[in-house]
Design a protein around this ligand. Structure first.
Ligand SMILES: [Zn+2]
Length: 244
């Protein structure tokens, strides 16, 4: 957020063609929407992260609902459940996620889901919800992924996919249908190899694409074309021409 224009420029130089910038709390919403409205290859998502769920009262959620109608807001989130940090009580997290799911369905927009050590509740909530969207920075196994894919969800991999310790996650990514996979930054966290320890940024997403290419036995161009098509399908947008 602090230097988005420069980060976007570096990512474009690496061939990254489209971006969704999710807000995770009310304070981020104006910046996310502003970045999207100033750039024809950027879109925004608005929501409240489970860490902040305890502060998501009626007035706060009304602000999310208002922002969801702004130009270039194509998704609801980041929202979800996080029982690892448990910065908000479990019941509060569930109630706030429920509101986000209802909003996403009412507006027919995809939902961007955060899930950490909360998979059982998350699967229960999503499977019967009728919502569609993406599981961001996915770290579960292929069985969980397939359950959600069958209900219309996409699976997004962050820099974790490149970590030396992530053999199980790579096995999952290898097994998934290519037309349901996205790649993401999760800045400033989870910078991929060989940038671990630095602040993450969108230019580095190419390293995740390279990892997918080797897992799938296809070219980097094929991964780029596939994840670009998946991005357009999920968020229902058309990227500006790469020739411009
Ligand atoms: Zn997250």
């Amino acid at each position: 957020m602090s230097d988005a224009d420069a980060a976007l420029a570096r990512a474009r130089e690496q061939g990254v063609r489209g971006f969704v910038v999710p807000a995770t709390k009310l304070d981020d919403i104006a910046s996310s929407v502003d970045i999207a409205q100033r750039n024809d290859d950027v879109w925004a998502a608005v929501g409240v992260h489970p860490h902040e769920a305890k502060d998501c009262d009626d007035a706060a959620f009304a602000e999310v609902e208002r922002a969801a109608g702004e130009a270039r807001v194509v998704a609801i989130g980041e929202c979800g459940l996080d029982y690892h940090y448990m910065h908000s009580p479990r019941e509060t997290q569930i109630a706030v996620l429920e509101r986000h799911i209802h909003l996403a369905k009412r507006l027919d927009k995809p939902i961007i889901i955060h899930n950490r050590q909360s998979t059982s509740d998350m699967v229960d909530m999503l499977l019967g919800s009728g919502a569609r969207g993406v599981l961001h920075s996915f770290t579960e196994d292929a069985n969980v992924a397939r359950l959600l894919i069958e209900r219309g969800f996409y699976i997004s991999f962050s820099g974790i996919l490149t970590f030396r310790s992530a053999d199980a996650l790579r096995a999952c990514a290898k097994a998934l249908p290519h037309d349901r996979v996205l790649i993401e930054t999760d800045t400033p966290y989870l910078a991929p190899v060989p940038f671990r320890g630095r602040d993450n940024e969108p230019a580095y997403v190419v390293k995740i694409a390279e990892t997918l290419a080797s897992l799938w036995g296809v070219s980097l161009d094929d991964v780029a074309a596939q994840t670009t098509a998946n991005f357009e399908a999920l968020f229902r947008v058309t990227l500006p021409s790469s020739l411009s």
